[in-house]
Design a protein around this ligand. Sequence first.
Ligand SMILES: N[C@@H](CCC(=O)N[C@@H](CS)C(=O)NCC(=O)O)C(=O)O
Length: 246
Amino acid sequence: MGDAKLYVIPASHPSRSAMLMLDRKGIPYERVDLMPVISKGVLRAQRFPGVTVPALKIDGTRIQGSREIARELDRIRPEPPLFPGDPERRVKVEEAEGWGDEFQQKPRRLSWWALRRNHGPLASYSEGARLGVPVGLAVRTGGPIVSLSARFNGATDENVRADLASLPEDLDRIDGWISQGVLGGDQPNAADYQIAPSVRLLITFDDLRPAIERRPAGEHALRVVPDFPGKMPPVLPADWIPDLRS
Ligand SMILES: N[C@@H](CCC(=O)N[C@@H](CS)C(=O)NCC(=O)O)C(=O)O
């Protein structure tokens, strides 16, 4: 297998999915850290078809999107598999993975909403990143990037409130998949790698962590994604925080 280069945004949860899947396959890769918004121009210049991370160049092929990357990795390196061989089990894993791809938007919106209110934690979300400029400078000049990203992702009060209100149902669904063995089995699958980073990003919020980390979805996220940057001090209005105990 030739060179693999993975384009990511630090603390991007689907980027983490791709990193974990490459690690699982034992495929070495070079990680290229990009700043949000600026990432779009870089990806275009690299002739990727879309403008989002994760984006992978491997053996001269360009693959974009966490789900597409999962399939390509199974194609080029079948072992260990990211999808079950049994067709019925595969359908269930793909259903959870597809749901997880949509669910990504909630932690994404919440993060931009919170960072717009308080830029300070940006540095923690960029921990360990190599952005081409000192992280401190990237953070100090990050205001416009945060505002644009909040706007692109619809991080309005109304949307974020609605996302939070539906979070108990989302976590119940994840707990259910864990109890059915769709998620959290001995062999992590593409749905584990899709969903755990989203929950892991939610766990970086002090407002949410205590309730989430005690339930199966939270334990699962911490097991699948032990390392994830970022810490968001309390930022949510008290009456927006849902009861997330299982
Ligand atoms: N569903 C896609 C979503 C990818 C996505 O939206 N990535 C975000 C980062 S989490 C992105 O690249 N945003 C562009 C930006 O922030 O400028 C996937 O799983 O690959």
